[in-house]
Write a protein that binds this ligand. Structure first.
Ligand code: PRT
Ligand code: ZN
Length: 283
């Protein structure tokens, strides 16, 4: 049995449970539960505040955890980062009031900075040899300058709209974060085997993310050109069609490049292009 700690509510809760379901682990998303067992995999879920996840993983109460890298770094507990999960992306940045006349890092010398991440901040300031006062605040850090509690803030930024609506400007991006799978590093053999299964499934889930399956009819003499447009994992699958001189071509494309590739394929004579979602790619 593996125990996995995830956030009980908040920004990472939904995507954590969705990811586990995507890899075939049927977990509850009940926000009122503390502990629950998956129906179809030897896994028990422990629902916690994200602040507590690094600690329970490091002391072995949970074997694995899903939490932001920012919390792992800030709490400083001894845990292994097993895999970056590609969601919950954000950064922790220094921001100052728009009218502050910011002119470089030296501006922070002697200033008061409000944050919920004092350890990451003090390590950064030390590395830049800047002496500032750190005001630890939990929640609504962005109002600290207007409230006269601090001259600047060090806080999580994602879209940047919270800063804009508080008349703050992001001046230094210090730490990049995303949700990560962490482990205590002290797993039994049976638990290691379960973790390997989870990692294998996560790999297939992440490989297929942002990818589309594309199939089309294409004139036989355009196949070589199509192969250079669509490199695929090995090469595209090409199958002859009943109508002479035509083939069916199948491949996998990055969603970002999809429309670009479609124009190129149409230009070389592709017809009847179908684009399908991919559920899993097992490399
Ligand atoms: O209750 P619990 O302690 O579990 O939750 P929490 O309130 O401490 O954390 P929560 O749910 O807000 O965030 C959990 C994790 O999500 C964080 O530790 C980050 O790893 C990640 N994450 C990703 C974010 C954001 N994006 C984010 N935008 N966490 C917080 N924010 C906040 C930020 O604090 C600021 O107030 O959103 C605001 C900024 O967002 P933008 O889009 O306006 O820039
Ligand atoms: Zn928290």
């Amino acid at each position: 049995m593996l125990r996995i700690a995830i956030q009980s509510k908040g920004r990472l809760n939904e995507e954590s449970t969705a990811l586990l379901r995507e890899i075939g682990i049927d977990v509850d998303d009940s926000k009122r539960k503390f502990l629950s067992t998956a129906r179809n995999f030897p896994v028990e879920m422990l629902y916690l505040r994200d602040d507590d996840i690094p600690q329970v993983v490091s002391n072995g109460t949970a074997s694995l955890g899903i939490v932001g890298l920012n919390e792992v770094e800030e709490r400083g507990f001894d845990v292994k980062i097993v895999k970056k999960l590609g969601f919950g992306n954000c950064r922790i940045s220094l921001a100052v009031p728009k009218a502050a006349g910011y002119d470089g890092l030296q501006w922070f010398e002697g200033k008061r900075i409000a944050t919920s991440y004092p350890n990451i901040l003090s390590a950064f300031l030390k590395s830049k040899d800047i002496h500032a006062e750190i005001e630890v605040i939990t929640g609504s850090v962005e109002v600290a300058p207007a409230a006269g509690i601090a001259d600047a803030i060090f806080d999580i930024v994602s879209s940047g709209s919270t800063l804009v609506s508080n008349a703050l400007v992001e001046v230094e991006k210090v730490f990049w974060s995303e949700a990560v799978l962490i482990s205590s590093g002290h797993l039994s053999l049976e638990q290691e085997e379960l973790l390997d299964k989870i990692l294998f499934r996560l790999e297939s889930a992440t490989v297929s993310r942002g990818k589309k399956y594309i199939l089309m009819n294409i004139p036989q003499d355009a196949v070589d050109k199509a192969t250079t447009i669509l490199p695929a994992m090995r090469s595209p699958t090409v199958m002859p069609l009943a109508s002479e001189g035509w083939c069916s071509l199948h491949s996998v494309v990055d969603e970002d490049e999809l429309w670009d590739k479609i124009s190129q394929l149409k230009a070389i004579g592709a017809e009847g292009i179908l684009v399908l979602n991919i559920d899993k790619i097992i490399p």
